[in-house]
Design a protein around this ligand. Structure first.
Ligand code: 5RP
Length: 235
């Protein structure tokens, strides 16, 4: 495993320690979330973590969790999640995020908004002085609207590409939408951008997760740091 892989695993395993028996848990998507899911499965099979049920944030996470025999539920049966554990593509000092590198941003944000406690797990390379410095912004759009939404994003100053699969076809999300990857560069005012995107009928979701996270586990050379919003800066 690479150093970064190890940092992700350490952060994920530290975050899983916060779970208690009986909780409803949100499961994120991506390589860091995968470490958390594998750890949860181990604790369930060792009977350390009893009676938990989990809500997956994507079809890929659902498949993994089923294969590992993690008990699953959904938001209809369990609309209140106790703890949601997920990765991120970029984290600013004030705990705002860019997410959606894996294309699961819409369901991930729904889980984040419905959770009492959101825990983000990242390796230290994800920390950034300003969102947009190290990652583009994924914007999930209705396929019908992708061209006008691309033009709209370009009008806001972004370089915008339609996300494609390795075979060159448009990438489709679990909800059947397409993704525009918008490179804005370092963002001066992510809140204003989020409000603009939220006002567009063709935009089904975007990767700006602002003010949703109170706790971040950062894996790095010196171990895992647990950062708490209001007490720490994520840097
Ligand atoms: C998926 C996500 C992921 O959390 C994000 O892309 C981070 O992925 P990884 O843990 O593989 O670095 O937002 O939509």
């Amino acid at each position: 495993m690479s150093d970064i892989g190890l940092f992700k695993k350490r952060a994920a395993e530290a975050a899983v320690q916060t779970l208690q028996p009986g909780m409803v848990v949100g499961l994120g998507t991506g390589s860091t979330a995968r470490h958390a899911i594998e750890r949860i499965a181990r604790l369930i099979s060792d009977k350390v973590l009893c009676n938990i049920v989990c809500v997956p944030s994507s079809a890929a996470t659902e498949k993994l969790a089923r294969a590992l025999e993690i008990p699953l539920t959904d938001l209809e049966k369990n609309p209140d999640i106790d703890i949601n554990i997920d990765g991120a593509d970029e984290v600013d000092p004030d705990f705002n995020l860019i997410k959606g590198g894996g294309g699961a941003l819409l369901r991930e944000k729904i889980l984040a908004q419905t959770s009492k406690r959101n825990i983000i797990i990242v390796d230290e390379t994800k920390l950034s002085p300003k969102l947009g410095t190290r990652f583009f912004l994924p914007v999930e759009v209705l396929e019908f609207a992708w061209r006008p939404e691309q033009q709209y994003l370009r009008g806001l100053g972004a370089d915008v590409q339609l996300r494609k699969t390795k075979l060159g076809a448009p990438f489709k999300t679990d909800s059947g939408n397409v993704v525009l990857d918008a490179n804005f560069g370092p963002m001066g005012n992510p809140g204003e951008l989020a409000a603009r995107l939220d006002s567009r009928a063709g935009v089904m979701g975007h990767g700006l997760f602002l003010g949703l996270v109170a706790e971040i586990f950062v894996g790095g050379e010196s171990g895992v740091r647990r950062l708490v919003r209001g007490q720490d800066k994520a840097c």
